[in-house]
Design a protein around this ligand. Structure first.
Ligand SMILES: [Zn+2]
Length: 338
Protein backbone atom coordinates (compact mmCIF):
# COMPACT_ATOMS: atom_id res chain seq x y z
CA UNK A 1 0.00 0.00 0.00
CA UNK A 2 2.93 2.33 0.71
CA UNK A 3 3.62 2.62 -3.03
CA UNK A 4 0.18 4.16 -3.62
CA UNK A 5 1.49 7.66 -2.91
CA UNK A 6 4.27 7.30 -5.47
CA UNK A 7 1.85 6.00 -8.08
CA UNK A 8 -0.55 8.89 -7.55
CA UNK A 9 2.31 11.38 -7.81
CA UNK A 10 3.28 9.98 -11.21
CA UNK A 11 -0.14 11.16 -12.40
CA UNK A 12 -0.89 14.29 -10.40
CA UNK A 13 -0.99 16.11 -7.06
CA UNK A 14 -4.63 15.54 -6.12
CA UNK A 15 -6.86 12.48 -5.92
CA UNK A 16 -10.48 11.51 -5.37
CA UNK A 17 -10.78 8.33 -3.32
CA UNK A 18 -13.86 6.24 -4.25
CA UNK A 19 -14.49 3.84 -1.37
CA UNK A 20 -17.33 2.28 0.61
CA UNK A 21 -17.80 3.17 4.25
CA UNK A 22 -16.75 -0.28 5.52
CA UNK A 23 -13.39 -0.17 3.75
CA UNK A 24 -13.02 3.52 4.61
CA UNK A 25 -13.37 2.67 8.31
CA UNK A 26 -10.62 0.07 7.92
CA UNK A 27 -8.13 1.81 5.62
CA UNK A 28 -9.29 5.41 5.14
CA UNK A 29 -6.88 6.88 7.68
CA UNK A 30 -4.00 4.83 6.32
CA UNK A 31 -4.64 6.01 2.76
CA UNK A 32 -5.02 9.63 3.94
CA UNK A 33 -1.67 9.39 5.77
CA UNK A 34 0.06 8.00 2.67
CA UNK A 35 -1.38 10.82 0.57
CA UNK A 36 -0.34 13.47 3.13
CA UNK A 37 3.19 12.06 3.16
CA UNK A 38 3.36 12.40 -0.63
CA UNK A 39 1.69 15.85 -0.62
CA UNK A 40 -1.38 14.60 -2.46
CA UNK A 41 -4.61 16.53 -1.77
CA UNK A 42 -7.32 13.92 -1.12
CA UNK A 43 -11.10 14.09 -1.33
CA UNK A 44 -13.30 11.12 -0.42
CA UNK A 45 -16.42 9.87 -2.22
CA UNK A 46 -18.37 7.25 -0.29
CA UNK A 47 -20.13 4.53 -2.32
CA UNK A 48 -23.47 3.40 -0.92
CA UNK A 49 -25.97 0.77 -2.03
CA UNK A 50 -26.04 -1.06 -5.36
CA UNK A 51 -24.28 0.40 -8.40
CA UNK A 52 -27.19 1.56 -10.51
CA UNK A 53 -27.02 4.10 -13.34
CA UNK A 54 -28.52 6.64 -10.91
CA UNK A 55 -25.98 6.04 -8.12
CA UNK A 56 -23.09 6.31 -10.61
CA UNK A 57 -24.51 9.58 -11.93
CA UNK A 58 -24.69 10.98 -8.38
CA UNK A 59 -21.07 10.01 -7.68
CA UNK A 60 -19.93 11.54 -10.98
CA UNK A 61 -21.66 14.81 -10.12
CA UNK A 62 -19.75 14.98 -6.84
CA UNK A 63 -16.49 14.01 -8.53
CA UNK A 64 -16.82 16.71 -11.19
CA UNK A 65 -17.07 19.33 -8.44
CA UNK A 66 -13.65 18.31 -7.17
CA UNK A 67 -10.83 19.08 -9.59
CA UNK A 68 -8.79 16.03 -8.58
CA UNK A 69 -6.33 14.81 -11.22
CA UNK A 70 -6.47 11.11 -10.29
CA UNK A 71 -9.26 8.73 -9.25
CA UNK A 72 -8.31 6.08 -6.70
CA UNK A 73 -10.81 3.25 -6.18
CA UNK A 74 -10.25 1.10 -3.09
CA UNK A 75 -12.25 -1.90 -1.94
CA UNK A 76 -14.08 -4.84 -3.48
CA UNK A 77 -15.76 -5.15 -6.85
CA UNK A 78 -18.39 -2.50 -6.17
CA UNK A 79 -16.02 0.31 -5.19
CA UNK A 80 -13.67 -0.50 -8.05
CA UNK A 81 -16.58 -0.44 -10.49
CA UNK A 82 -17.82 2.85 -9.03
CA UNK A 83 -14.31 4.27 -9.45
CA UNK A 84 -14.30 3.17 -13.08
CA UNK A 85 -17.61 4.91 -13.67
CA UNK A 86 -16.23 8.09 -12.11
CA UNK A 87 -12.94 7.84 -14.04
CA UNK A 88 -14.82 7.44 -17.31
CA UNK A 89 -17.12 10.41 -16.64
CA UNK A 90 -14.31 12.72 -15.50
CA UNK A 91 -11.71 11.55 -18.04
CA UNK A 92 -9.19 11.09 -15.21
CA UNK A 93 -6.73 8.18 -14.85
CA UNK A 94 -7.71 5.46 -12.38
CA UNK A 95 -5.65 3.59 -9.81
CA UNK A 96 -7.34 0.53 -8.34
CA UNK A 97 -6.51 -0.75 -4.86
CA UNK A 98 -8.35 -4.06 -4.38
CA UNK A 99 -8.76 -4.97 -0.70
CA UNK A 100 -10.25 -8.37 -1.54
CA UNK A 101 -9.40 -10.78 -4.37
CA UNK A 102 -13.01 -11.74 -5.03
CA UNK A 103 -13.16 -11.07 -8.78
CA UNK A 104 -11.35 -10.13 -11.98
CA UNK A 105 -12.17 -6.41 -11.86
CA UNK A 106 -8.95 -4.69 -10.66
CA UNK A 107 -6.99 -4.71 -13.94
CA UNK A 108 -9.88 -4.39 -16.38
CA UNK A 109 -11.52 -1.45 -18.08
CA UNK A 110 -15.05 -2.82 -17.84
CA UNK A 111 -17.51 -2.42 -15.00
CA UNK A 112 -21.03 -3.60 -14.32
CA UNK A 113 -24.22 -1.81 -13.40
CA UNK A 114 -27.19 -3.42 -11.67
CA UNK A 115 -30.89 -2.75 -11.50
CA UNK A 116 -32.76 -2.14 -8.24
CA UNK A 117 -33.14 -5.94 -7.77
CA UNK A 118 -29.38 -6.57 -7.99
CA UNK A 119 -29.69 -8.06 -11.46
CA UNK A 120 -26.94 -7.29 -13.93
CA UNK A 121 -28.15 -4.48 -16.15
CA UNK A 122 -25.22 -3.45 -18.32
CA UNK A 123 -21.47 -3.81 -18.78
CA UNK A 124 -19.80 -0.46 -19.40
CA UNK A 125 -16.23 0.28 -20.47
CA UNK A 126 -13.68 2.93 -19.59
CA UNK A 127 -11.71 4.19 -22.56
CA UNK A 128 -8.45 2.92 -21.04
CA UNK A 129 -7.46 0.34 -18.45
CA UNK A 130 -6.49 1.43 -14.92
CA UNK A 131 -3.16 3.28 -14.92
CA UNK A 132 -1.97 1.18 -11.98
CA UNK A 133 -3.21 -1.66 -9.81
CA UNK A 134 -1.80 -1.54 -6.27
CA UNK A 135 -2.17 -4.85 -4.42
CA UNK A 136 -1.12 -5.31 -0.79
CA UNK A 137 -1.33 -9.05 -0.11
CA UNK A 138 -1.37 -8.53 3.67
CA UNK A 139 -4.63 -6.60 3.18
CA UNK A 140 -6.01 -9.26 0.80
CA UNK A 141 -5.08 -11.98 3.32
CA UNK A 142 -7.03 -10.17 6.04
CA UNK A 143 -10.25 -10.21 3.99
CA UNK A 144 -12.88 -12.88 4.70
CA UNK A 145 -12.14 -16.32 3.26
CA UNK A 146 -15.36 -16.53 1.21
CA UNK A 147 -14.28 -13.55 -0.91
CA UNK A 148 -11.02 -15.33 -1.71
CA UNK A 149 -12.94 -18.47 -2.67
CA UNK A 150 -15.18 -16.45 -5.01
CA UNK A 151 -12.08 -14.91 -6.63
CA UNK A 152 -10.73 -18.39 -7.32
CA UNK A 153 -14.08 -19.30 -8.90
CA UNK A 154 -13.89 -16.26 -11.16
CA UNK A 155 -10.29 -16.98 -12.19
CA UNK A 156 -10.38 -20.73 -12.79
CA UNK A 157 -12.74 -20.37 -15.77
CA UNK A 158 -10.51 -18.09 -17.82
CA UNK A 159 -8.45 -20.78 -19.56
CA UNK A 160 -11.59 -22.57 -20.75
CA UNK A 161 -13.37 -19.38 -21.79
CA UNK A 162 -10.35 -18.03 -23.71
CA UNK A 163 -10.02 -21.43 -25.38
CA UNK A 164 -13.63 -21.32 -26.59
CA UNK A 165 -13.29 -17.71 -27.73
CA UNK A 166 -10.16 -18.54 -29.71
CA UNK A 167 -11.61 -21.70 -31.27
CA UNK A 168 -14.77 -19.92 -32.39
CA UNK A 169 -12.82 -16.88 -33.69
CA UNK A 170 -14.78 -14.82 -31.18
CA UNK A 171 -14.12 -11.33 -29.91
CA UNK A 172 -12.23 -10.35 -26.78
CA UNK A 173 -13.09 -7.33 -24.60
CA UNK A 174 -11.35 -4.98 -27.06
CA UNK A 175 -13.46 -6.36 -29.89
CA UNK A 176 -10.33 -7.98 -31.28
CA UNK A 177 -9.32 -11.59 -31.78
CA UNK A 178 -8.38 -13.71 -28.80
CA UNK A 179 -4.58 -13.56 -28.49
CA UNK A 180 -2.03 -16.33 -27.99
CA UNK A 181 -0.51 -14.31 -25.15
CA UNK A 182 -3.78 -14.15 -23.27
CA UNK A 183 -4.38 -17.87 -23.69
CA UNK A 184 -0.90 -18.57 -22.28
CA UNK A 185 -1.67 -16.30 -19.33
CA UNK A 186 -5.07 -17.95 -18.76
CA UNK A 187 -3.38 -21.36 -18.86
CA UNK A 188 -0.82 -20.17 -16.27
CA UNK A 189 -3.72 -18.86 -14.16
CA UNK A 190 -5.35 -22.30 -14.14
CA UNK A 191 -2.09 -24.15 -13.42
CA UNK A 192 -1.18 -21.78 -10.58
CA UNK A 193 -4.55 -22.17 -8.90
CA UNK A 194 -4.66 -25.96 -9.28
CA UNK A 195 -1.16 -26.15 -7.77
CA UNK A 196 -1.46 -23.52 -5.03
CA UNK A 197 -5.15 -22.84 -4.46
CA UNK A 198 -5.72 -25.31 -1.63
CA UNK A 199 -2.67 -24.15 0.33
CA UNK A 200 -3.46 -20.51 -0.40
CA UNK A 201 -6.97 -20.89 0.95
CA UNK A 202 -5.55 -21.78 4.36
CA UNK A 203 -3.97 -18.31 4.56
CA UNK A 204 -7.15 -16.50 3.50
CA UNK A 205 -8.61 -14.58 6.43
CA UNK A 206 -5.46 -14.84 8.57
CA UNK A 207 -3.84 -11.57 7.49
CA UNK A 208 -0.58 -13.43 6.87
CA UNK A 209 0.13 -14.11 3.19
CA UNK A 210 2.23 -17.18 2.36
CA UNK A 211 4.17 -17.79 -0.90
CA UNK A 212 1.28 -19.94 -2.23
CA UNK A 213 -1.13 -17.16 -1.31
CA UNK A 214 1.00 -14.55 -3.13
CA UNK A 215 1.12 -16.68 -6.27
CA UNK A 216 -2.62 -17.31 -6.14
CA UNK A 217 -3.40 -13.60 -5.74
CA UNK A 218 -1.26 -12.89 -8.80
CA UNK A 219 -3.28 -15.51 -10.69
CA UNK A 220 -6.63 -14.17 -9.46
CA UNK A 221 -5.94 -10.49 -10.05
CA UNK A 222 -3.32 -10.16 -12.79
CA UNK A 223 -3.57 -13.35 -14.83
CA UNK A 224 -7.34 -13.64 -14.55
CA UNK A 225 -7.81 -10.00 -15.57
CA UNK A 226 -5.42 -10.10 -18.53
CA UNK A 227 -6.68 -13.55 -19.49
CA UNK A 228 -10.29 -12.50 -19.88
CA UNK A 229 -9.82 -9.05 -21.38
CA UNK A 230 -7.47 -10.12 -24.14
CA UNK A 231 -8.49 -13.80 -24.27
CA UNK A 232 -12.23 -13.28 -24.34
CA UNK A 233 -15.08 -14.79 -22.35
CA UNK A 234 -17.56 -17.54 -23.12
CA UNK A 235 -20.49 -19.43 -21.57
CA UNK A 236 -19.30 -19.39 -17.94
CA UNK A 237 -19.50 -15.59 -17.87
CA UNK A 238 -22.50 -15.33 -20.20
CA UNK A 239 -24.36 -17.31 -17.55
CA UNK A 240 -23.94 -14.45 -15.06
CA UNK A 241 -26.58 -12.66 -17.17
CA UNK A 242 -29.08 -15.48 -16.79
CA UNK A 243 -28.41 -17.19 -13.44
CA UNK A 244 -29.63 -14.24 -11.31
CA UNK A 245 -33.11 -14.87 -12.75
CA UNK A 246 -33.19 -18.25 -11.02
CA UNK A 247 -34.82 -17.64 -7.61
CA UNK A 248 -32.25 -17.35 -4.82
CA UNK A 249 -29.15 -16.90 -7.01
CA UNK A 250 -29.06 -13.12 -7.56
CA UNK A 251 -27.18 -12.36 -4.34
CA UNK A 252 -24.51 -15.07 -4.82
CA UNK A 253 -21.04 -13.59 -5.36
CA UNK A 254 -20.08 -13.19 -9.05
CA UNK A 255 -17.16 -15.61 -8.73
CA UNK A 256 -19.35 -18.34 -7.26
CA UNK A 257 -21.83 -17.94 -10.12
CA UNK A 258 -18.94 -18.22 -12.58
CA UNK A 259 -17.65 -21.33 -10.77
CA UNK A 260 -20.93 -23.19 -11.37
CA UNK A 261 -21.12 -21.58 -14.81
CA UNK A 262 -17.80 -23.17 -15.75
CA UNK A 263 -19.09 -26.65 -14.91
CA UNK A 264 -22.12 -25.99 -17.12
CA UNK A 265 -19.83 -24.74 -19.91
CA UNK A 266 -17.57 -27.81 -19.67
CA UNK A 267 -20.66 -30.03 -19.77
CA UNK A 268 -21.89 -28.26 -22.94
CA UNK A 269 -18.45 -28.55 -24.53
CA UNK A 270 -18.78 -32.37 -24.43
CA UNK A 271 -15.02 -32.56 -24.08
CA UNK A 272 -13.21 -35.79 -24.73
CA UNK A 273 -10.77 -35.15 -21.85
CA UNK A 274 -11.69 -35.39 -18.18
CA UNK A 275 -11.60 -31.63 -17.45
CA UNK A 276 -15.15 -31.58 -16.08
CA UNK A 277 -14.46 -34.35 -13.55
CA UNK A 278 -11.06 -32.89 -12.64
CA UNK A 279 -12.44 -29.40 -12.04
CA UNK A 280 -15.48 -30.69 -10.14
CA UNK A 281 -13.34 -32.86 -7.86
CA UNK A 282 -11.05 -29.90 -7.20
CA UNK A 283 -14.09 -27.73 -6.38
CA UNK A 284 -15.06 -30.38 -3.81
CA UNK A 285 -11.68 -30.10 -2.09
CA UNK A 286 -11.77 -26.30 -2.22
CA UNK A 287 -15.34 -25.96 -0.96
CA UNK A 288 -16.47 -24.30 -4.20
CA UNK A 289 -20.10 -24.76 -5.30
CA UNK A 290 -20.74 -27.60 -7.75
CA UNK A 291 -24.50 -27.15 -8.24
CA UNK A 292 -26.91 -24.24 -8.59
CA UNK A 293 -28.48 -25.10 -5.23
CA UNK A 294 -25.07 -24.49 -3.62
CA UNK A 295 -25.34 -20.82 -4.68
CA UNK A 296 -28.87 -20.46 -3.37
CA UNK A 297 -31.09 -21.74 -6.21
CA UNK A 298 -34.62 -22.51 -5.07
CA UNK A 299 -37.65 -24.03 -6.80
CA UNK A 300 -37.59 -22.75 -10.38
CA UNK A 301 -40.49 -22.67 -12.81
CA UNK A 302 -40.16 -23.67 -16.47
CA UNK A 303 -40.57 -20.02 -17.39
CA UNK A 304 -37.75 -19.00 -15.04
CA UNK A 305 -35.41 -21.65 -16.45
CA UNK A 306 -36.16 -20.42 -19.95
CA UNK A 307 -35.67 -16.77 -18.99
CA UNK A 308 -32.30 -17.62 -17.45
CA UNK A 309 -31.27 -19.50 -20.59
CA UNK A 310 -32.54 -16.85 -22.98
CA UNK A 311 -30.75 -13.99 -21.19
CA UNK A 312 -27.53 -16.03 -21.07
CA UNK A 313 -27.67 -16.60 -24.82
CA UNK A 314 -28.31 -12.90 -25.41
CA UNK A 315 -25.00 -12.01 -23.71
CA UNK A 316 -22.30 -11.27 -26.28
CA UNK A 317 -19.93 -13.84 -24.76
CA UNK A 318 -22.36 -16.66 -25.57
CA UNK A 319 -21.34 -16.33 -29.23
CA UNK A 320 -17.76 -17.28 -28.24
CA UNK A 321 -18.53 -20.97 -28.21
CA UNK A 322 -17.82 -23.90 -30.49
CA UNK A 323 -21.46 -24.15 -31.56
CA UNK A 324 -24.58 -22.04 -31.40
CA UNK A 325 -26.65 -23.08 -28.38
CA UNK A 326 -30.44 -22.91 -28.17
CA UNK A 327 -32.65 -22.30 -25.16
CA UNK A 328 -33.73 -25.94 -24.81
CA UNK A 329 -30.14 -27.21 -24.77
CA UNK A 330 -29.13 -24.66 -22.18
CA UNK A 331 -32.18 -25.29 -19.98
CA UNK A 332 -31.31 -29.01 -19.95
CA UNK A 333 -27.73 -28.23 -18.97
CA UNK A 334 -28.89 -25.87 -16.20
CA UNK A 335 -31.24 -28.51 -14.85
CA UNK A 336 -28.48 -31.16 -14.89
CA UNK A 337 -26.53 -28.86 -12.55
CA UNK A 338 -29.44 -27.80 -10.35
ZN1 LIG B 1 -15.71 -12.39 -13.83
Amino acid sequence: MQTLGEHIRMLGHSATLVIDSFVHDQYGEHIAAICAKHEVALTVLLVQGDLTPESIAALCEQALQSKAEVIVAAGGGKSLDAGKGVAKATGRPLITVPTVASNDAPTSKNYVLYDAHHRLLAVEHMRMNPAAVVVDTSIIAAAPRHFFLAGIGDAISKKFEAEQCFASVGRNMYDGQSTLTARAIAQACLETLLADGETALQAAGTGEPTPAFERSVEAMILMSGLGFESGGLSIAHALTRGLPHIPGVATALHGLQVAVGLLIQLDLEERSDNSLDTVRAWYGRMGLPTRLRDIGAQATSDEQWRTAARLTLEARHAANFKCQLDVDTLVSALQRHS
